[in-house]
Design a binder for this molecule. Structure first.
Ligand SMILES: N[C@@H](CCC(=O)N[C@@H](CS)C(=O)NCC(=O)O)C(=O)O
Length: 226
């Protein structure tokens, strides 16, 4: 979202991004808890106003309203965008905490929860596929915060980057979701955003901390690692 705002010319969206290693428990540190009492990433502190913002949907809405971008201003367009933003907030836990947990992380491969949450993940992909059948983006012809929220989970899933589950869920059959996911993946702001706070994988795509737009060229792991 911040990279998209910068790409749109909103220089006030210039930001610092720090890694919170949830495996190490950084989210329970007092500094982080002051910004998000729920101890989950992501969280934002607007240093201009000292406003704390937590929950990804609230962060997206806050930034959209602060900068007047990526959220339609007419009541119909705004409502449809928020419909899908809230859809993501309610649905993604079934994908991550439900399907992802039992398919990839649980200590044993229990058939019942895997089947139950795989069925739900596929149902959700079908909902998105039908929505995208006659629209460029989730809420209509414009790219909005709903696309940003939904792509970050469902786009990553169909592009084969989540749980190695693309084949298992037959993601290729959701052709409209695939088309939409690939189009968003090609956005320069998305490519930059995916590098921010990345701490594994290809070193030249890892920008562990981001403090300046020039960091994408100068501060990736391949450049700073000795
Ligand atoms: N509803 C929250 C979900 C945030 C969330 O679950 N974050 C996970 C990472 S994807 C987390 O911080 N987990 C750390 C923990 O549970 O201790 C949002 O959309 O911001």
């Amino acid at each position: 979202m911040l990279e998209e705002l910068l790409a749109l010319g909103h220089s006030g969206a210039e930001y610092d991004a720090w890694v919170i290693k949830i495996g190490d428990g950084d989210q329970f540190g007092s500094g982080f808890v002051e910004v998000n009492p729920n101890s989950k990433i992501p969280a934002l502190l607007d240093t201009e106003t000292d406003q704390r913002v937590f929950e990804s949907g609230s962060i997206l809405l806050y930034l959209a309203e602060k900068f007047g971008a990526l959220l339609p201003t007419d009541i119909a367009g705004r409502t449809e965008t928020l419909n899908w933003l809230f859809w993501q907030m309610g649905s993604a836990p079934y994908l991550g905490g439900g399907f992802g947990h039992f398919y990839a992380y649980a200590p044993e491969k229990w058939q019942y929860p895997i089947d139950r949450f795989a069925m739900e993940a596929k149902r959700q992909l079908d909902v998105l596929d039908r929505q995208l059948a006659d629209k460029a983006f989730i809420a209509g012809e414009d790219y909005t915060i709903a696309d940003i929220a939904i792509w970050s989970w469902y786009g990553q899933l169909v592009l084969g980057r989540l749980y190695s589950a693309a084949e298992f869920l037959d993601v290729e059959s959701y052709t409209n979701v695939m088309r939409w996911a690939k189009e968003i993946d090609a956005r320069p702001a998305v490519q930059r955003g995916r590098m921010v706070n990345r701490i594994s994988g290809d070193p030249h795509l890892q920008l562990r901390e981001r403090h300046d737009a020039r960091d994408f060229d100068a501060q990736t792991q391949d450049k700073i690692a000795v």
